[in-house]
Write a protein that binds this ligand. Structure first.
Ligand code: NAD
Length: 714
């Protein structure tokens, strides 16, 4: 048998070990389904069968559904439904066999993999932090359609199951035991199967599921219990706060979970199949599977990395122990990279190191780090004020003040400390990499490494190639970012690179809406409705309009210096007018306790009542237009980046837009948004916005050709 091995012992216990041929993981393929159906028939025909252990010969237990099939299926809804029903039938057949089934979980059991475990009568997991269990389908815009929703509710009760299902939580063994998702933990792999067999021998009659027994009651109360009714009534409201009605999957999960308690187990299983089919056909699921699964896989597996031997970094230097430098030092040390943290004084450098101390303490408090791990991490960070202390470093990451003259000096002086084959990265947020590279003795080894704040949470780095950056340097930069566990996206140099350029359009459109007479409350609301994490006015205040103004002035200076006429700033005319006026009014943002909001002593904030002074023309903009303006500006700027070759691939655009600037995840990213809408509808809407609101909504045709013309495909 190609998909599993089958072995019966003298006690009548059959051990089925999943072992998909020529694959590193077990997944729910058509071949697996055929094999499962055959397995059920073999078990039914077995004489003297006393129990079944399900195990895996792979590193993980079972990886789940076939996402390629889900994304690319051309089946009709009915064909899909039939397939989903066929897929879940063997699990129901397992439950109907009168002997106990035990899952011996040797590694991760996620999605369909955990649904197999749910159809068993008992689940034993090995005490390995990699052996996570859970139903993360919701994070890919779908639901667990092999009985996962119905069985979780029946096993744990509605209140306990809902958060696990609707948030797709993945739990390590100890947390899974507490949550009731597994029943026992063994210390080592070789204890798994004996423990499973012992349980079967001790529980020979455990083969009938509670929900197949007469008089079954849902744990925590059935559908009519007041607490369950309350949970069911509250769930959609609580969910809406998180999804804003933009994500159909969690809503569908709640719907099916609640109703599964009222309709009998087999009918509930069919409702679950229907729910999965509906979601599979939604643009949100396609977007999520494409970006979060296949896109992320492509980026992480090195598709965007130039070929060549991998580089392992041993010693790194971070220059500047301010907000960013301190965060980068933490990220490096967290992954075991020896880090020298340099600032103008030892005191400053120590302060930067103290940031790691505070982060580690927080984790220890939450039981997410041991003292020993913290000690090891802290030992890796050496604060200093001397360049000589990082001599021979494999990489230097410069994160001093955003001042071109200071950076020029620092780059020139520090470069000579680098190992002969080391690379030099700058964390500048706005200065062109090719310009900074001119100060570097070897510009081929100079590259942009744009981290985001706060570094410990924003796990993405925009790698920026300057005109002279070599492919070898890019490859090494990619390896560095991967080594510290961050998502690398690679772009070419441009004012504001890719991420800041696009984000600036979101912020600018917020102010353009203000000029068009949209009330500040409605502007913030439009950002929320669009799915952005924070409204544009609140972001302006956080960033500080003084910083925005400084960046604009820097670009003006650069234009003069380089004899260029960059669009940066000019395109963002509303920011220039209103943002600069706010600085003159002494309302620079949160740090002044005054910006678009007033920040009160009790920690609350309210919109400044005098913002109507910035209205240029009251244009009666609908909320739909406001929402679309905030989104289309970003999408069109992303298209410009693609058109100009700042971006190389659609995948990086999508991942970068979501993880670096918070573009609404349900869309699958700034370019996947166009696929979700369909090209024609997107172009028509952009044309409408351009006609009503101006040329900033004109779509660059070259980028559309790059996306849709197969010969030019990005
Ligand atoms: P910061 O003001 O918090 O820290 C800068 C640090 O550099 C200070 O501690 C300062 O003492 C130190 N410094 C100055 N001269 C130095 C020298 N010669 N050698 C060593 N250290 C020196 O600034 P930040 O917010 O951490 O920003 C640093 C860089 O990162 C800037 O280029 C900025 O544009 C960029 N960046 C910032 C963010 C952000 O959100 N703050 C995001 C991405 C990139």
């Amino acid at each position: 048998m190609s998909e599993y091995t089958y072995e019966k012992d003298a006690d009548g216990i059959v051990t089925v070990t999943f072992d998909a041929q020529d694959k590193s993981a077990n997944t729910m393929t058509f071949a697996w389904l055929d094999a499962m159906e055959e397995m059920i028939e073999s078990l039914k025909a077995e004489e003297g069968l006393t129990g079944v252990v399900l195990a895996s010969a792979k590193k993980t237990f079972f990886a789940g559904g076939d996402l390629d099939f889900m994304l690319n299926s051309t089946q009709t809804a009915q064909e899909m439904y039939d397939y989903v029903e066929r897929n879940k039938a063997p699990f129901r057949a397992m439950e109907k066999l009168p002997v106990p089934f035990v899952a011996a979980i040797n590694g991760a059991a996620l999605g369909g993999g955990y649904e197999i475990c749910l159809a068993c009568d008992h689940r034993i997991v090995v005490a390995d932090p990699k052996a996570v269990v859970g139903l993360p389908e919701v994070t890919l815009g779908v639901l667990p359609g092999a009985g996962g929703v119905c069985r979780m509710v029946a096993m744990l009760g509605l209140e306990a199951a809902l958060p696990l299902l609707a948030e797709g939580k993945q739990l390590r063994p100890d947390a899974a035991l507490t949550a009731g998702m597994v029943d026992a933990i063994v210390e080592t792999q070789d204890q798994l199967i004996p423990a499973a067999k012992d349980w079967i021998k001790a529980n020979p009659k455990a083969g009938t599921k509670p929900w197949d027994k007469k008089g079954f009651k849902y744990p925590g109360g059935d559908a009519t219990a007041p607490n369950v009714r309350m949970a069911a009534a509250m769930a959609p409201t609580m969910l809406y706060g998180k999804t804003r009605g933009l994500m159909p999957a969690p809503e569908k999960i709640v719907d099916i979970a609640v109703n599964s308690m009222r309709m009998g187990f087999d009918s509930a299983l069919r409702a679950e199949s229907r729910g999965l089919v509906a979601l599979l056909r939604s643009p949100e699921a396609k977007a999520a599977i494409k970006t979060f699964f296949f896109g992320m896989q492509a980026v992480k597996s090195g598709k965007i990395r130039p070929e060549g031997a991998p580089t392992k970094f041993k010693k790194a230097a971070v220059l500047g122990a301010g907000m960013m430098g301190a965060g980068i030092a933490w990220a490096q040390a967290y992954k075991g990279l020896e880090t020298v943290l340099k600032d103008v004084s030892v005191e400053n450098a120590e302060k930067g190191k103290a940031y790691s101390n505070a982060l580690a303490d927080k984790r220890i408090k939450r039981k997410r780090m041991t003292q020993e791990r913290k000690d090891g991490l802290m030992d890796l960070i050496t604060p200093t004020d001397k360049d000589a202390d990082y001599k021979g470093a494999d990489i230097i990451v410069e994160a001093v003040f955003e001042d071109i003259n200071l950076k020029a000096k620092v780059i020139k002086e520090s470069f000579e400390m680098l190992a002969d084959d080391g690379i030099y990265g700058s964390n500048t947020s706005s200065l062109p990499i090719s310009v900074l590279a001119e100060f570097c003795p070897d510009p081929t080894r100079f590259i942009g490494l744009h981290f985001f704040s706060p570094v410990d949470k924003m796990k993405i780095v925009e790698i920026i190639c300057g005109k002279q950056t070599s492919q070898e340097t890019l490859r090494k930069a990619y390896d560095y970012v991967a080594q510290i566990g961050y998502i690398p996206i690679v772009v070419n140099d441009s004012r504001g690179f890719f991420t800041s350029r696009v984000f600036a359009t979101y912020l600018d459109e917020g102010l353009a809406l203000m000029q068009d007479g949209v009330s500040p409350v409605a502007i913030e609301r439009a950002g929320w409705k669009a799915g952005m994490p924070v409204g544009p006015l609140a972001v302006h205040d956080e960033v500080s309009m003084e910083l925005t103004r400084k960046a604009w002035e820097t670009h003006k200076e650069l234009d003069e210096r380089l004899g260029e006429d960059s669009a940066f700033g000019k395109d963002n005319a509303a920011t220039r007018h209103i943002g600069h006026a706010m600085v003159d009014l002494g309302r620079r943002g949160r740090k002044d306790s005054a910006g678009f909001y007033d920040y009160h002593a009790d920690g609350t904030k309210t919109l400044w009542p005098e913002l109507s002074q910035f209205v240029v023309e009251d244009r009666d903009v609908s909320i739909e237009d406001a929402v679309d303006r905030l989104i289309y500006r970003q999408v069109i700027e992303t298209l410009r980046c693609l058109d100009e070759g700042v971006l190389n691939t659609e995948t990086e655009a999508n991942i970068g837009s979501i993880f670096a600037i918070g573009f609404p995840p349900h869309t699958g990213g700034a370019l996947q948004f166009i696929h979700g809408k369909t090209k024609d509808l997107f172009l028509a809407r952009a044309a409408e916005l351009a006609e009503k609101y101006g040329a900033r909504f004109v779509v660059p045709e070259g980028a559309i050709a790059k996306m849709f013309d197969s010969e030019q495909k990005a």
